[in-house]
Ligand binder design. Structure first.
Ligand SMILES: [Zn+2]
Length: 435
């Protein structure tokens, strides 16, 4: 990774006016009414770890003159990035060769799941201190994310130990323990685990369901209901592949073969006969605290349902490209007023876990998308999905002072230049944490 982690320029809690040629306060003006968007000769006043004012430098200085000023002459100030979907516990699995973002799996995604499970088992069996190694790899990947300007990660894991990966790191991690099981026996085990997690006050985590094709309706509802009672986010992979939808609609195809081979099928699952989002709606688990991840294979009605339920969507363009899953109907999400979030997914389906790269891939896949909206997906969209938009996602008074300085090379002449650069430069973007 080319990005350089540099020490914070300002001492923590010291009042400071940060001035830069451009401040990207909030790039989501295509979707929302915003008070400040992209400000030329802008400034952010920070005090005690919070943003107190954002605006034109001349206006900020009028109100807060007398406080020290830090000039950021060659950079753009922007909010921290949000990685809304990751599995840090899979960071030791390099199933993707660097530079290789095309797939061998598009005809049958279960081949990838088989490879992933095989690699995970091999590692655990053949590595001394495997769990320690897994945590250490996850922690290194998290440090890379922090170095490229990610301030928050939504992390999903199957091992309870993986909740420790984010401890003591500057990037905040919300860990969700993922449960699954489509046969009665595995469902019962997961329900016991769910009960254990929620009855243990020392575990400050929540649970989440893997996917509609791998988790019984009762288990999905139990996890969602427990989460809702506590105000937790519920994240679920949904409508990722054509084969997933085929299985839910017909009860046949690659997923049935896979489940049978793994001993995960006992004929008790009642095939819903509908697509993934229709199915989740029928279970009553779509609301503003549900994040549907991938959402590639959906029809118009399903998009309307997601919008009316105010459910969140997380796109993973890098992972979709590697697995040959297809491209999500992003433009239709936007016309329905849904601002998606962006996630890298894991090292098992993505060569590089970089949100800058995800923006670049999204622009390549959807040339009609505006750079502003793509950047707001990586910031505000993610913060809204995880319910942390009162703290992160934009540069606004009252929010945390997690501010990036982005070096836009020669692309500083106009707001269009800046956003174009930031959403197409990918992993070569260089950043520094200002606060
Ligand atoms: Zn995932």
């Amino acid at each position: 990774m080319i990005n350089q982690a540099k020490p914070h320029a300002a001492k923590k809690n010291q009042p400071m006016i940060h001035r830069a040629p451009w401040v990207v306060a909030d790039a989501s003006s295509e979707i929302y009414e915003v008070s400040q968007d992209i400000i030329e000769d802008g400034a952010v006043f920070v005090y005690e770890g919070l943003i107190r004012a954002v605006g034109k430098f001349k206006d900020v200085i009028k109100e807060f003159g007398g406080y020290p000023i830090q000039e950021h002459e060659h950079g753009v100030l922007a909010p921290a990035l949000i990685n809304s979907h990751c599995h840090l516990e899979l960071s030791h699995l390099d199933l993707v060769e660097p530079g290789k973002d095309q797939t061998l799996y598009s005809d049958d995604p279960t081949l990838w799941i088989r490879d992933l499970l095989k690699a995970r088992d091999n590692f655990s069996q053949n590595t001394i201190d495997a769990e320690k190694q897994i945590l250490s790899n996850g922690s290194q990947v998290l440090q890379h994310m922090s170095a490229e300007g990610v301030g928050f990660v939504g992390d999903i894991g199957n091992s309870l130990a993986s909740r420790l990966i984010g401890q003591g790191q500057s990037t905040k991690v919300c860990f969700l323990l993922e449960l699954l099981g489509l046969a009665k026996e595995s469902e019962a085990k997961s329900l016991v685990r769910l009960g254990e997690v929620f009855s243990d006050d020392s575990l400050d985590i929540s649970c989440t369901a893997h996917a509609p094709y791998s988790t019984t309706p009762g288990l999905i509802q139990a996890i969602k209901n427990n989460g809702d009672r506590r105000g937790h986010i519920f994240s679920i992979h949904a409508a990722e592949s054509r084969q997933e939808v085929e299985f839910l609609q017909t009860g046949s195809g690659d997923f049935l073969d896979f489940l049978r081979d793994r001993g995960g099928w006992d004929n008790t699952f009642k095939v819903p006969g509908m697509g993934s989002v229709h199915y989740l709606e029928s279970l009553g688990v779509l609301n503003d605290k549900t994040i549907c991840v991938h959402v590639v294979h959906v029809d118009h009605e399903e998009i309307e349902t997601l919008a009316s339920r105010k459910a969140k969507i997380c796109l993973c363009p890098g992972s979709n490209r590697f697995l040959g899953s297809g491209k999500a109907p992003v433009t239709e999400f936007l016309t329905h007023g849904i601002l998606p979030a962006l996630g890298t997914d894991s090292k098992a389906s993505n060569a590089l876990l970089s949100i800058w790269r995800e923006m670049r891939l999204l622009r390549e896949d959807h040339p009609g998308l505006s750079p502003e909206t793509v950047f707001s997906m990586a910031t505000r969209g993610g913060a809204e999905a995880w319910g942390i938009d009162s703290e992160l996602g934009t540069l606004e008074p009252g929010k945390q002072a997690r501010i990036l300085k982005v070096y836009c090379q020669g692309s500083m002449n106009s707001r269009e230049d800046i956003l174009e650069y930031m959403t197409t430069a990918g992993e070569s973007v260089q950043v520094e944490w200002v606060e």
